[in-house]
Design a protein around this ligand. Structure first.
Ligand SMILES: O=C(O)c1ccccc1N[C@@H]1O[C@H](COP(=O)(O)O)[C@@H](O)[C@H]1O
Length: 207
């Protein structure tokens, strides 16, 4: 099976188009003002429109107000929503768009029960828990905490890069991987060589 690839936190058209040309399946646009990767709606619209067919644009939110999400949907037209905060299932469903739910993994959290609440999601994204941070931290988590019987497609994230993504895939067999920090030159600025190498490592993980 081919592991799908999402790269998150694009702030420029050129970087997103380059990633698409290298073979990425989805580009993430962060609508979370505290993040160094936050994009304004106008810039996000330019990026989403520049990306070629069959590459999905994913809008990422962290406990955003409903009006903000609605405005992004109307103006950016993302194919998928990513909820990376403490959003409830009812909140996530109200937008009538496919969504994925992120959860920051820590000991003691029942990931199967958590995922069951979001049974209509297109996948569950597992990220590292870092106190006081919402995500995009570059930190990984203990893959032993991932249950074998997750009821949703697994999207593995948290501290991935070209050096560890092959091992991560062989260990956890995710549907997809998601990376932000590990392919950057600096926060919010993607590094072309790291993007290309990351995609290469994912595509060769099982070879
Ligand atoms: O990318 C961000 O700035 C961000 C901000 C707030 C919540 C999530 C964010 N990104 C997501 O975080 C994970 C892990 O990223 P990293 O590779 O460890 O930097 C990933 O799923 C991003 O989509």
């Amino acid at each position: 099976m081919r592991t799908r690839i999402k790269i998150c936190g694009f702030t420029s058209v050129d970087a997103a188009v380059y990633a698409a040309q290298q073979g990425v399946d989805a580009i993430g646009l962060v609508f979370y003002p505290p993040s160094p990767r936050h994009v304004e709606i106008a810039q996000a619209s330019l990026i989403a429109r520049a990306v070629p067919a069959f590459v999905s644009s994913v809008a990422l939110f962290v406990d955003a107000d409903v009006a903000t999400v609605a405005k992004v949907i109307e103006q950016v037209r993302p194919g998928l929503l990513q909820f990376h905060g403490n959003e409830s299932p009812v909140y996530c469903r109200q937008f009538n768009l496919p969504y994925i739910k992120a959860v920051r993994v820590k000991q003691g959290l029942d990931l199967v029960q958590y995922a069951l609440q979001f049974h209509d999601a297109q996948g569950i994204l597992l990220d590292a828990y870092v106190a006081g941070e919402a995500g995009g931290t570059g930190h990984g988590f203990d893959w032993n905490l991932i249950p074998a019987n997750l009821p949703l497609p697994l999207i593995l994230s948290g501290g991935l890069d070209a050096n560890n993504v092959g091992a991560a895939i062989r260990r956890t067999h995710p549907w997809a991987v998601d990376v932000s920090s590990g392919v950057e030159a600096s926060k919010g600025i993607k590094d072309a060589a790291k993007v290309a190498q990351f995609i290469h490592e994912v595509n060769n993980a099982y070879r």
